[in-house]
Design a protein around this ligand. Sequence first.
Ligand code: NAD
Length: 349
Amino acid sequence: MSVFSNPAFDNHERVIFCRDEPTGLCAIIAIHSTALGPAAGGTRLWTYANDDDALHDVLRLSQGMSYKNAMAGLKFGGGKAVIMKPPDFDGSEALFERFGEFIDTLDGDYVTAEDVGMSVEIMATIARRTRYVSGLPLQSGKAGGDPSPKTAYGVYYGIEAAAKARLGRDSLEGLRVAVQGVGHVGYYLCKLLQEAGATLLVSDIDETRVDRVCSEFGADRVGSAQILSADVDVLAPCALGSILHQESIPGITARIIAGGANNQLRSPQDGQRLADAGILYAPDYVINAGGIVNVACEYFGDVDDDGVMDLVAQIGPRLADIFDEAKRTGEPTNVIADRRAREIIAGDA
Ligand code: NAD
């Protein structure tokens, strides 16, 4: 496994390998940047085929967190952690406690929270060993708890902004939206879209999750292989990343891609491919920042839950501004967002 020559390595400040044989813990923490504050970003629990895949994932995700936190105006740098799910994993608390001890050795340079495969309960277990953790059980009126409902709100505001910019629509009534992945973020997004009168098509590799949104929100089910090319106005990726690439983009008929998943583009060039195809792409780390806004407000303890919602609502206008610039200049939206994020991190914005 090579770190420095990994294509996702971007002058990360630190990469920490965490191994604990008795509990089976195999984790990697990547601190991309602490220029704006402690490197913050969730921990992903996932079955990786090998170490290289886990390393690649954490390097990319942590860079994305630097950009996300910068664009959201937070006093956070970017970091991320991945835990390689052991075969036959039984959810052992000892593994998560040991992981918390590793985080604690970093003295606050890395702050964790939920990502795929994690939960508020697991965060509480990690918090037995370190205070550098957020996304803990909610106390009434305060910011905190599972960040995914706030992520879903941000995505919803982003879809509104994109529908206005690309389709000239002021309402989501009757809008056809395909949601790939109806876990935490996808579920809450479906709820908001259904309340707004949108028509939903959904897919998930976990059929019980599909059953739930079909019965609760009147969604229609689509096979995992068909969801990207579904005949809809908006495609909302809310599962895993690297789904938008040279092979998948020609099959997409949606005019808008706006969803919560991280790292949706396989490569930056895929942003140009989407623009060339006339598809308006909401840069993932801009539209899905609602959860980290919640995490930051909880961690710094400076804003209550209403204040979090005000900050999350800014995601719509922030995207509208990027869409405007893209329309004026012809530049892909991901290029505009990356430039703005880098300027903020460098202190030039
Ligand atoms: P989750 O694990 O709760 O949900 C993900 C869902 O995607 C699961 O139900 C899973 O079965 C499904 N899935 C996986 N592969 C799939 C495939 N090929 N096709 C269809 N479904 C598939 O995770 P989550 O917290 O909802 O996060 C979803 C995405 O949003 C991730 O990319 C995550 O990094 C990103 N994200 C989450 C948050 C948050 O607040 N939870 C914040 C920002 C970004």
